[in-house]
Design a protein around this ligand. Structure first.
Ligand SMILES: [Zn+2]
Length: 469
């Protein structure tokens, strides 16, 4: 016999092995689809993704959270990191270096929103994005926002370690200035990404407490921009097929109820109002009561009216707060001649919230008339619509939580986030994790590594699913 098999036998052998390999692959894929609950594409490395293969490097993530917290203008455990400050610039390069370590392609826009992209095998499709912010108000904590940026990078690294290959590209975003600390505009980066003309206009005159303009501050941080560059920051609605944000709850519900994951269904719509009353003032002893027009009492009456109108909505989701009430001249023996109020009101129902604003305005006019004071300002500073999370993203987050055997509940975000503005250009979803006593915006802010790692896993699995859709 010849040591080489005749050609027809060889061909048959090759054909049979090819068929058995293919049917083996089909069986594996079927098992994976049944197990994970979503279709697995034929791309070979996707086959290896299963919830149990997701291993989060919690120790490394905690180290990064601590390293980032060190870029602060106040001593630990507090964190203070203000937009375009020296510490903010250092923190930004830290994030960019982590993105490069994760082999992401890094891009930065004119105002310093930072993007790190992992190209999918169909890179032409709209990407799936996730991210949050790293700026921190004075004397706050190290988890607000940070968990959604460093956690997003760890989600990407986790997927890479499990040999997952995304179909759509996956992108991590670090948003510029979610906090309004320096220029009074919250969610600056995401508002501009969503094409907000109001934010673009507001930035033209914006100055900080030291009278430094937004553009000079940006320049000092290395962003050499002018007004004309701002509209270029905006992204089209075709940029992302989904946007996700992982965030600490900043409220006590998840911790109190012992639930691991909060799946956000809607973000309440904030509005803020500035009101000024003016009266004649006068000596606290000499001017008799019938002759007074007290701007301070007008403000006090309006504050109570805010509470009354909010409660009258009949919904637990309607809230209103008079967080600022200033009296001029602010002396014990002087009738207030001017008063200034700033009112924050929110609801998940925009119409209901706008009704509250109308009632507050009506009360302000009536109080001014009744008390003989002048209503010299009633300005609705911002009146953002609420955002509903996308149904299919909610389903994907719920499925991921179930696959990971994590307790979860649907909830509303009463604080707002960059997601509120990303929802204008992309289907959006948010994942909450518990935080100690609901503390946030103070040094005691804390989330356990276990809870953070759970959030990262839910994020990773949801990103994986959405990237294959
Ligand atoms: Zn935040």
């Amino acid at each position: 016999m010849s040591p080489i098999p005749p050609l027809p036998f060889l061909l048959l052998f090759l054909l049979v092995s090819a068929i058995s390999a293919a049917s083996h692959e089909d069986a594996t894929r079927r098992t994976m689809e049944e197990f994970s609950g979503y279709p697995i594409h034929s791309h070979p490395s996707v086959l290896s993704l299963s919830p149990s293969s997701l291993s989060v490097d919690a120790v490394g993530l905690q180290r990064q959270i601590d390293e980032l917290a060190a870029f602060s203008d106040t001593p630990k455990p507090s964190v203070t990191r203000i937009l375009y400050s020296e510490k903010d610039v250092l923190a930004r390069s830290y994030i960019k270096s982590l993105m490069k370590e994760a082999a992401l392609s890094v891009r930065e826009d004119a105002v310093g929103n930072i993007f790190g992209r992992w190209n999918g095998y169909e890179a032409g499709l709209p990407a799936v994005a996730t991210g949050s912010h790293i700026d921190a108000i004075p004397f706050s904590g190290k988890y607000d926002g940070v968990v959604g940026v460093l956690g997003a990078l760890e989600a990407i690294n986790t997927l890479k370690r499990s040999n997952f290959q995304p179909r759509r590209s996956l992108e991590v975003i670090m948003f510029t200035s979610e906090e309004p600390t320096r220029f009074g505009i919250s969610c600056l980066g995401s508002r501009l990404l969503a094409g907000s003309e109001a934010a673009t206009d507001a930035l033209k005159q914006a100055v900080d407490g030291q009278n430094i303009s937004f553009f000079d501050a940006a320049k000092s941080a290395g962003y050499n921009i002018c007004q004309e560059d701002l509209p270029n920051v905006s992204l089209t609605k075709e940029s992302y097929s989904a946007f996700l944000e992982l965030h600490i709850e900043q409220g006590p519900i998840l911790e109190e109820e012992g639930v691991s994951i909060g799946i956000v269904t809607a973000i309440a719509a904030p509005a803020s109002i500035k009101v000024d009353f003016e009266g004649n003032g006068g000596h606290a002893g000499a001017v008799l009561m019938p002759a007074r027009n007290d701007a301070g009492l007008a403000a006090a009456e309006l504050a109570l009216a805010v509470e009354k109108h909010v409660l009258a909505s009949g919904s637990i989701d309607t809230v209103g707060t008079v967080g600022i009430l200033e009296l001029h001249p602010g002396a014990i023996n002087s009738i207030p001649s001017r008063s200034h109020l700033e009112i924050d009101t929110r609801d998940i129902d925009e119409k209901r919230r706008n009704t509250v604003i109308e009632k507050i305005q009506h009360s302000a006019s009536k109080i001014a008339t009744d008390r003989g004071v002048k209503l010299s300002q009633f300005t609705v500073v911002n009146q953002d619509p609420p955002a509903l999370c996308d149904e299919s993203i909610i389903d994907a987050m719920e499925a991921a939580s179930r696959q990971l055997n994590l307790s979860h509940k649907l909830m509303i975000s009463r604080a707002y986030h960059d997601s509120l503005f990303m929802a204008r250009i992309s289907p959006m979803g948010m994942i909450f994790i518990p935080c100690y006593k609901g503390y946030s915006h103070k040094p005691e802010e804390y989330a356990s590594m276990e809870d953070i790692a759970n959030g990262v896993k839910v994020l990773a699995l949801t990103l994986a699913k959405l990237s294959l859709d």
